[in-house]
Ligand binder design. Structure first.
Ligand code: C2E
Ligand code: CA
Ligand code: CA
Length: 546
């Protein structure tokens, strides 16, 4: 930090001190020869002239300290030390008291400059330090990185993020969140040792500068292990255990770039990728990754535009009771309708939205619009049509989500017992506590819960059936070759059988052929949804079917 890092600083300091030296010498000459300066009718006497020059020296040294509080101060001390020396020699040699004010002035000036310099040093320390963790901050990190790349050194920039930190902030509050960030900072610093430097970035992010030339994986894994160890937070006398998970993105210099801010951007891109891949993942920057992220950002931009300008609309795919082909209800599916025609399929944009906070806006939009469109129609119809709405795992895992649904139900006057929420099993892995609580609140008011994409995840059937669900939706991938695959038939048979034992109804989705229908009928599946009996329909067509 104490280097003269701006190119012109050193030149500037030399000029200032050269001028100061000239001025100091001039005071000696003025005193020695009692030089006076004529000014109009009067004259500036030598002692006044010395006073003016003295002030100029003081101003110049202040400048020097402002330019660089360290070298500037050393220079200023030399200048005033020199002056004090001359003053004292003069005083002793001539046994006169006339030089005492000059010596006193110089001493006070040194004192003032030391104060200024210390304040500046403190300010710089603070502006380079993260107050929560005591680590250097991003600004200082960038400076260090720029210095290293300018010196043609090599190493790695690592963007390090805590994936599940938000839960701590939300559950325990920011004060405890800060304590956790500090603890993580200590763990990282300890495990990185002298292999690099760690700094605190925004939120739950840290930046590492690994100066080792070799593969950084080993060092990063060691840090991840240290961070992932049990963390005990004591609140109100109660110990709460947390296990933090993290992901890391790496950009190497000079391989990926030799520019500090580009390196940070590249490491960020790699971190976003690692985060999508999951906890404990490490991604290395490459240009393909950057293109993928750019595409994703483009999708995000389109989603935002659609939300802002109301370019989304809903279609409704009918679901039928298999036995008598009677209408059971509709699954709500979202569509884009952009004026430029550049629409993206929900299969793609929902995935992107789920990785950001945009999914909450989509969830809310679909719930509000679907219930608004069907509220009075379903209330006034004399059948028991069910409107099924997809809700993201992130939305369902959010504290208070059920209350939002309840308020939309009230707002739109939608009969709650005709509403079904479709979840996937990821809802139970994301934030199980909130999900289960939201389900409980919704079921209390009569809302049904369906488990979507069943058969694609890894949770066991027994475990899934313990969940409070009303409907199992067997995924299309299991239906696709049902006519030919005995294994799939056996699986579907056991799913339907188990579902019924657990008081759960079963629907097959993506049913496309009459042969598939026949097999499902044979195995006593309750409902079907698929192109064989109906593609997603416009609102008007769906209404006419009710
Ligand atoms: P999903 O929830 O599994 O929805 C079923 C998807 O399968 C829909 O695709 C539907 O059009 C399609 N499908 C239905 N029957 C057949 C069939 O017989 N054959 C074939 N090949 N496909 C069939 P879509 O509308 O493109 O939606 C894709 C995914 O996007 C959905 O899968 C769901 O995960 C998500 N999604 C769609 N709308 C919403 C929404 O409003 N909110 C949320 N959170 N996700 C949505
Ligand atoms: Ca669905
Ligand atoms: Ca599905």
């Amino acid at each position: 930090m104490y280097k003269i890092n701006k190119r012109y600083d050193s030149v500037f300091l030399i000029i200032i001190f050269a001028l100061s030296a000239v001025l100091v010498s001039s005071t000696v000459l003025i005193n020695r020869f009692q030089i006076a300066l004529p000014l109009g009718n009067s004259v500036i006497r030598s002692d006044s002239l010395c006073g003016i020059v003295q002030s100029c020296i003081f101003l110049l040294t202040i400048f020097a300290v402002l330019v660089n509080y360290n070298y500037g101060l050393v220079g200023a001390m030399l200048v005033f030390g020199f002056q004090i020396g001359i003053g004292m020699v003069n005083g002793i040699r001539m046994r006169a008291t006339g030089s005492i004010p000059g010596v006193f002035n110089a001493a006070v000036s040194i004192f003032v400059l030391v104060l200024i310099s210390r304040q500046l040093a403190k300010r710089e320390r603070e502006s380079n330090t993260d107050l929560v963790t005591g680590l250097t901050n991003r600004r200082a990190f960038e400076q260090m990185l720029a210095w290293k790349t300018a010196k043609h050194q090599s190493g790695h920039v690592v963007y390090f993020i805590l994936n599940n930190f938000r839960a701590i902030n939300e559950n325990l509050g920011h004060r405890y969140g800060d304590l956790v960030l500090k603890e993580v900072a200590d763990r990282i610093s300890e495990s990185i040792g002298d292999r690099g430097i760690v700094c605190k970035n925004d939120g739950a992010e840290y930046l590492l500068l690994l100066t080792d030339k070799g593969n950084p994986i080993e060092a990063i894994e060691k840090i991840m292990k240290a961070v992932g160890e049990k963390l005990v937070v004591t609140k109100d006398g109660i110990n709460v255990n947390y296990f933090l998970t993290c992901s890391a993105g790496v950009a190497s210099f000079p391989k990926d770039s030799n520019d500090a801010s580009t390196l940070l951007k590249h490491a960020d891109v790699a971190m976003v990728d690692a985060r999508h891949r999951g906890a404990g993942e490490i991604s290395f920057y490459d240009s393909k990754l950057a293109n993928g992220i750019a595409h994703q950002q483009e999708v995000e931009r389109k989603i935002k535009e659609c939300l802002e300008n109301n370019y989304f609309y809903l279609v409704y795919q009918p679901q039928y009771k298999l036995e008598e082909k009677a209408l059971r209800g509709f699954e709500t599916l979202i569509r884009m309708d952009r004026p430029d025609g550049e629409n993206i399929s929900p299969g793609e944009f929902i995935g992107v939205a789920e990785r950001t906070e945009l999914i909450h806006q989509i969830d809310n939009y679909v719930l509000r619009r679907a219930m608004w469109e069907f509220g009075s129609i379903i209330r006034n119809a004399d059948n028991d049509i069910v409107l099924s709405i997809n809700v993201s795992a992130k939305g369902m895992g959010r504290a208070g989500f059920a209350e939002t649904v309840k308020s939309i139900i009230n707002e739109t006057d939608f009969p709650a017992n005709h509403l079904e929420i479709e979840l996937t099993e990821y809802s139970f892995s994301e934030s199980a506590e909130h999900t289960v609580e939201n389900i409980r609140v919704l079921k209390d008011i009569g809302v049904k819960i369906a488990l979507d994409d069943f058969g694609t995840g890894y949770t066991s059937l027994i475990q899934l059936l313990r969940l409070p669900i009303d409907l199992l939706k067997i995924d299309k991938s299991l239906i696709d070759d049902i006519e030919t695959s005995q294994q799939n038939q056996d699986f579907i048979d056991s799913v339907i059988y188990m579902g019924h034992i657990m008081d759960c109804e079963v629907i097959s989705e993506g049913v496309e052929t009459d042969e598939q229908l026949a097999v499902l009928k044979e195995h006593k599946c309750d409902f079907v949804q698929g192109y064989v009996w109906g593609k997603p329909l416009s609102y008007d067509t769906a209404v006419s079917m009710i």
